[in-house]
Design a protein around this ligand. Structure first.
Ligand code: 6PG
Length: 470
């Protein structure tokens, strides 16, 4: 039977792949999916009510696509992406467009771009955020790579993306791996916000001794205010979910070991390589590792018992402070992530526009939040803003909220409740606004033991001293 030539093809018909394909097809684009697994190919046929064919051979898939072919891969990041590229490449023709929608490591995307471009093929690395639901009904899309190729697939991407005030949450971000880099930092910020939310939960539960109902009420209330965001909304919902296997809430039965797939760690590693401080994100990655040491923690809980560290009850009347502290610390997390993007754009020549980044994060993605409107405005007012917290209106909020954050950190420390992300946000703020840091002493020590030299405050040049000679 003769089939019409499709405008868009998907490799990888897991839930993300088939949901994204159905989303594109909903906007009127003709589409075909490919997966070696006949069950997945059939599932696409079924889920789309027979509208989209799932095929199981590469020849059939490619013959069903109009040229230049527009093919997206939604397969697990890593060697599978290379395997799919190797399978497709010999069959592709110059001008065909390959799009990687996975959470690929940005250096892999650069390598793959180069490899495809040598064969006159065009490559787009695109960050897709929003999970299965987002893929089906509107994700945030972060494309980078060939601009010319993006222009060709733009109508499909804009149709598939989430919309905020009618604007699609997608825009071309920059050359090479810009899209995957932005998605990686999105995930780093996601780690930071999740850790901060977890710390606030711990503080409410172990410190303030609040019930799950009260915790639910607070998160739900906060989601109606300046903290409105997807992550706060789902947190409020989590505190309503009963355990269908027993009494109480499901959250109380979940093992406290947080897993990770690596994007947060990559964010910290790259930030270290570029020399950009993102301590809130770093410590959030670290806390996932620490949470994984469950058996050791259980042992330490007995061996290192410190007895009663409770503080006077009236000091814990901190509902408003907690809301303010969380807002302060989340704002600082965004500031760190955006500072990293700024530096990476310079280093890797991406040409990022941070107002655009904030714009496309406003809908569809995991870190979507009302606060992103403030961020957009900040970069619109001053595109070369060195740090988000220097924006006038953000600086005002920081000045109003730092005291609440100090109080929460202090009470956490006094009670032995770990609040490392909250404390890191606060100390980042304090260090960033310190005209003078104690690094003069660090320099003196380096010069003392290693003749590493130092600069002076009162005259230019490089100096070394023979310390302690007298
Ligand atoms: C998204 C999410 C998505 C994924 C995370 C989970 O934007 O839709 O970030 O990419 O759920 O990568 O990351 P961890 O497994 O590392 O927590």
């Amino acid at each position: 039977m003769e089939h019409e030539q499709c405008e868009f093809g998907m490799v990888g018909l897991g839930v993300m792949g088939s949901n994204f394909l159905m989303n594109v097809a909903d906007s009127g684009f003709t589409a075909v999916g490919y997966d070696k697994d006949p069950k997945k190919a059939q599932a696409l046929n079924d889920a789309s009510g027979g509208k989209i064919d799932g095929v199981t051979t590469i020849d059939e898939f490619l013959s069903r696509l109009a040229t230049p072919r527009k093919i997206m891969m939604l397969v697990p990041a890593g060697s599978i992406v290379d395997a799919v590229i190797d399978e497709l490449m010999p069959h592709l023709e110059p001008g065909d467009i390959l799009i990687d929608g996975g959470n690929s490591y940005f250096k892999d995307t650069d390598r793959r771009t180069e490899k495809l471009e040598k064969e006159n093929l065009r490559y787009i690395g695109i960050g897709v955020s929003g999970g299965e639901e987002g893929a089906r009904h509107g994700p945030s899309l972060m494309p980078g790579g060939s601009k010319e190729a993006y222009e060709i697939v733009r109508p499909m991407m804009e149709a598939a993306a989430a919309k905020v005030n009618g604007e699609p949450c997608v825009t071309y971000l920059g050359s090479k791996s810009a899209g995957h880099f932005v998605k990686m930092v999105h995930n780093g910020i996601e780690y930071g916000i999740m850790q901060l939310t977890a710390e606030v939960y711990d503080f409410m539960k172990r410190g303030m001794k609040l019930s799950n109902d009260d915790i639910q009420r607070l998160f739900a209330e906060w989601n109606e205010g300046e903290l409105q965001s997807f992550l706060i909304e789902i947190t409020a919902n989590i505190f309503k979910q009963p355990d269908d296997k027993g009494d109480g809430l499901l959250v109380d039965k979940i093992l406290d070991k947080a897993k990770q797939k690596g994007t947060g760690k990559w964010t910290s590693q790259v930030a270290m390589d570029l020399g950009i401080p993102i301590p809130t994100i770093d410590v959030s990655v670290t806390m996932r590792f620490l949470s994984a040491l469950k058996e050791e923690r259980v042992e330490a809980c007995k061996d290192l018992d410190l007895g009663d560290l409770d503080v006077a009850e009236d000091r814990l009347n901190t509902e408003k402070e907690l809301e303010h502290a969380l807002y302060f610390a989340i704002a600082i997390t965004y500031a760190q992530g955006l500072a990293l993007l700024e530096a990476a754009s310079e280093e890797f020549d991406y040409g990022l526009n941070l107002e655009d980044v904030a714009r496309i994060w406003r809908g569809g993605c995991i870190i979507r939040a009302t606060f992103l409107e403030n961020i957009m405005q900040a970069y619109r007012n001053r595109p070369d803003l060195p740090n988000l917290i220097l924006d006038e209106s953000l600086a005002k909020i920081m000045k109003e909220r730092h005291a609440a954050t100090r109080k929460v950190v202090q009470l956490g420390v006094e009670q032995g409740i770990p609040v490392p992300a909250m404390a890191s946000s606060l100390t980042y703020f304090d260090a960033y606004r310190s005209q003078r840091l104690p690094s003069n002493l660090t320099q003196a020590q380096r010069d003392y033991f290693g003749a590493h030299t130092y600069e002076r405050t009162d005259e230019p040049g490089i100096f070394h001293t023979e310390w302690n000679q007298s």
